[in-house]
Each structure stands twice: as C-alpha cells, then as structure tokens.
Write a protein that binds this ligand. Structure first.
Ligand SMILES: [Zn+2]
Length: 109
C-alpha cells in the first residue's frame, strides 16, 4: 500500500487511484497529487508516482513511530507550565520589590 502525505496536516492518504487530490484528513488540496505530478513527468505512470513520490507501508510505519516519539509527555507539559507560572511570579515579586524600594526612597520609611 502507498500513501501520499498531506502537506497541510500530515495525514497519510492511501493512494487507491490516480484521482487522489484532496486530503481525507483536512479536505485541502494535496499539491503533490498524481495529476499535477504527471504533467511535470510526462509518460510516467501511477506506479512510478507511487514509487517515487508516495510513502510505502514501511516508511509510513517509521513516520508514525517518529511522530509518537516526538510527542511531549503530559507530565513534562505540566511541569513546563508550573515553571512558566513560577517565572512570572518571580518577575512580579522582583517588580513589586522595585516599586517598594522606590516608594521607600520617596517616603523615607
Ligand atoms: Zn490534510
């Protein structure tokens, strides 16, 4: 089986016929479709297109693995959120300290 990867959403569309133009994942036009490819590659068949442009089962499985590996675990996401909140809190505290010492200089307390 061969797949054509959508450049908009990354969905792998199974190439069942030469008429695959729109992505099943996002309904957008796949620019690298067979019709436009064969215009640039006169005389080439759908089989050539599959071999040269499309992704086969093996590559699709690899691609799938890569995307799962790249996914950031939820725990790290939450931790990153806490860190960001802490950084904002620290910045605010420093700002408050600045304002406080500024006021102290004005009012001498
Ligand atoms: Zn898509």
């Amino acid at each position: 089986m061969y797949y054509l990867k959508c450049e908009h959403c990354g969905h792998l569309n199974e190439v069942k016929s030469e008429y695959l133009v729109f992505c099943a994942g996002c309904s957008k036009k796949i620019e690298n479709n067979f019709a436009s490819w064969s215009r640039k590659n006169a005389g080439k068949t759908l089989e050539d297109f599959k071999k040269l442009v499309c992704i086969n089962d093996e590559q699709a499985a690899l691609l799938e693995k890569e995307t799962t590996r790249k996914k950031i675990p939820l725990g790290i996401k939450i931790l990153a959120g806490y860190m960001a909140a802490l950084a904002i809190l620290l910045a605010l505290l420093m700002l408050a300290d600045d304002i406080f010492s500024g006021l102290r200089n004005i009012f001498h307390f």
